[in-house]
Design a protein around this ligand. Sequence first.
Ligand SMILES: Cc1cc2nc3c(=O)[nH]c(=O)nc-3n(C[C@H](O)[C@H](O)[C@H](O)COP(=O)(O)OP(=O)(O)OC[C@H]3O[C@@H](n4cnc5c(N)ncnc54)[C@H](O)[C@@H]3O)c2cc1C
Length: 535
Amino acid sequence: MPASRSVDMLVVGAGFAGLYMVHRARGLGLDVEGVEAGDGVGGTWYWNRYPGARCDVESLEYSYSFDEDLQQEWEWTERYATQPEILRYIEHVADRFDLRRSFRFGTRVTTATWSESAPRWTVETDAGDAYEARFLVMATGCLSMPIDPQIPGLETFAGEILHTSRWPHAEPDLVGKRVGVVGTGSSAVQSIPLIAERAAALTVFQRTPTYAVPAHNHSLDPEEQAAVKARYPELRAEARQMAIATGSRVPRIDASTFEVDEQTRHQRFEQAWQWGGLPFLGAFNDLIIDPAANETAAEFVRAKIREQVSDPEVAARLTPRQVIGCKRLCVDSGYYATFDQPHVRLVDVGATPIDSVTPAGVRVGSDDGEDIELDVLVLATGFDAMTGALDRIDIRGRDGATLRERWAAGPQTYLGLGVHGFPNLFTVTGPGSPSVLANMVVAIEHHVDWITDTVAHLDGTGRTTIEAEREAQEEWVAYVNDVASYTLFPTCGSWYLGANVPGKPRVFMPLIGFPGYVQQVSDVTADAYRGFTLT
Ligand SMILES: Cc1cc2nc3c(=O)[nH]c(=O)nc-3n(C[C@H](O)[C@H](O)[C@H](O)COP(=O)(O)OP(=O)(O)OC[C@H]3O[C@@H](n4cnc5c(N)ncnc54)[C@H](O)[C@@H]3O)c2cc1C
């Protein structure tokens, strides 16, 4: 066992969450250290360097609010910043608050064991480091553990295999190459138009068609940016009152779909389409609750797909049939139109499954199948969302049980912040909190602020531990499921439900509705941390 370093708090991850946590912990005067698997800060924005990677929450909102000078001085260049710009921003934050010196980079946490007698967490890494920490903060990310698809023969491919979320730092040369993309989720939708610009031939292997709403991305007008900054605190506060913690500048009406006549409804969808992005699903207040209402929005988007793709057969294959919004809505810049280009081909692997990867490419169909020759295979196959990064660490709680075992039937948390049996362990944007159904920077700031206040409270009142109570946790898990069951979210096999990972239990993981959640956390805290045991 290596000599261990003793700290007040250990933070795992150096994305938006881990960096802010270290900053706040320092502010409390804690001795805090961080460990990050990547070689630099940024988390999502360190790893996901594929062409077209950008945020789908507007940058003026997808950014920290905790420091007025920071939010005033940083200038965004686009409505939706690209990955390099977001990474530059996070690096700027790390430098501005001198955060890098607290992190050990290129190092993965492998085990974390609670010792009741200490009481402390003992944490080990793959570099052989060990830490003793009073508090352990998992800022490990909801979308940080990529899925490697199980396709027979993948390892035999003679060309280059690229994963969107592990894209090489030196941009791979796709010019003139025959490229295949597996997947049609967000990363695929963002990257396909740009890959098509470079490739000689592009084949997209689609299992499920995707709904995408245009980003209408554009350079940010300095006057628009100045106007937002002049009212920043007010706009941020308004955004925190919105279901997904973003959209304070979106023109909105609070009406249900069938409250208005058909023409008005169509106009409203058209307005939302022209505005662009995720707010489309807020065009009416019941789109994600009422199946008939949802179908009107879905049909509107289907018609838009048909307008963008001239070959009716290709358009039909690109057209989703499921509930819109039930899988994460994609925000696109030219996705559907890409399929109008002669060198771009769509293979519906629902109808013609991928049989195997061969040294020369991908074989689809069975006996009389087809070999599609490729130089590069891009895997845009998504993430083991919300639990994936935590599952990969051997986390042992009070009675020696692992978190993985405890979560075998689905994740169990109280408020998405604490887990029964795992004292002094905090999950930032953990399952059971709004997390991926909110502007995540806002959700992260909320959690980190709460963790900071809670640690200050414990230290200030002479307590050493905090642990979620079993009953409170059970009620919370049931509540999160109840809320989901009133919506259309559980109606399709999404990653919110774990359906994209073979063998993962199907449990709806995030909590719907940011403002209600914030109120509940605040009520719990004000009521002497109801549902937690403090000792
Ligand atoms: C392509 C893409 C686009 C996105 N766009 C948006 C958007 O527009 N709006 C939005 O709200 N959200 C978006 N998200 C979600 C995004 O993940 C969050 O917004 C946010 O960046 C999460 O920050 P985080 O610090 O919680 O986690 P991450 O940024 O995922 O950082 C977690 C870090 O923990 C590290 N880590 C994990 N396990 C270990 C371990 N065992 N040991 C050491 N280090 C470990 C990882 O290497 C990673 O760097 C997007 C996600 C992706 C993938």
